[in-house]
Design a protein around this ligand. Structure first.
Ligand code: DC
Length: 229
């Protein structure tokens, strides 16, 4: 398989290791990394900034159709949202995650963002794209699909450690409840719910280090390349 044609889809619930592993995989394979969750978060940020009521479906959908989103990749990836460039750190807050999950159920929002995601993949040629519906809806033709999962306890523990290291006062039980609420919403929505594509390679990262999971994924990519070539 030619490197510039490699398209890798990664899906899974919050905290399964998608962002870290997608970023590392893209780096190792020289592909563009696209974090679609950041796009839903950026829209949530804009909804808040404009003072739009997130339950006003029509207003949120209208905003999603006209807002411009553009990734600037570099040492520190950022996402241009209209007139502002937001860092991943600014976007990765729990409240923006919950708001993103809430507005991502609207059909108009999904349609607008999926269209942008497909355009980005097409423009890039080779891409590692990660989210909830990449293998099932956005890039169903992707030759390599991963579905990452991990136990709720482990996902809560990882988040707890991340926040603690960032100097934030956190409570493990609250984090666990937030993760379960988000899982429930992302899995049960009518449109493009979180689920594994039938041909996805499932990896449970609960007991794996990042290096071990990355190694498994690289092996799979190489073996798909051998089968193709
Ligand atoms: O991956 P994340 O935590 O940054 O995603 C935030 C929310 O955005 C997630 O809870 C649901 C929504 N999302 C989605 O509906 N589809 C995607 N492809 C990515 C994220």
């Amino acid at each position: 398989m030619e490197k510039e044609k490699q398209v890798i889809a990664i899906d899974g619930p919050v905290g399964a290791g998608k962002s870290t592993l997608a970023r590392l995989l893209a780096h190792r394979l020289g592909l563009l990394y696209i974090d679609t969750g950041a796009m839903y978060r950026a829209l949530a940020w804009l909804v808040r900034k404009r003072g739009i009521d997130p339950t006003d479906q029509e207003a949120v959908e209208a905003l999603s159709a006209r807002c411009r989103l553009r990734f600037v990749q570099g040492e520190e990836t950022c996402l241009w949202v209209e007139e502002e460039c937001l860092s991943m750190l600014q976007l990765r807050t729990e409240d923006l995650g919950q708001l993103a999950s809430q507005i991502s159920v609207y059909p108009g929002v999904r349609e607008a963002l999926v269209r942008k995601q497909r355009e980005m993949a097409l423009e890039a040629g080779g891409v590692v794209m990660e989210g909830r519906d990449i293998g099932t809806v956005v890039l169903p033709e992707a030759p390599i699909k991963f579905y990452l999962e991990a136990s709720v306890e482990e996902r809560a523990r990882r988040k707890y450690e991340q926040l603690r290291q960032a100097g934030k006062a956190v409570d493990l039980a609250t984090i666990s409840a937030e993760i379960q609420a988000r899982d429930q919403r992302d899995r049960s929505r009518a449109l493009s719910p979180l689920r594994a594509a039938p041909d996805a390679i499932r990896i449970d990262t609960t007991k794996l280090t990042i290096d071990e999971a990355l190694h498994l994924m690289l092996e799979q990519v190489r073996s798909c390349g051998r089968q193709d070539g």
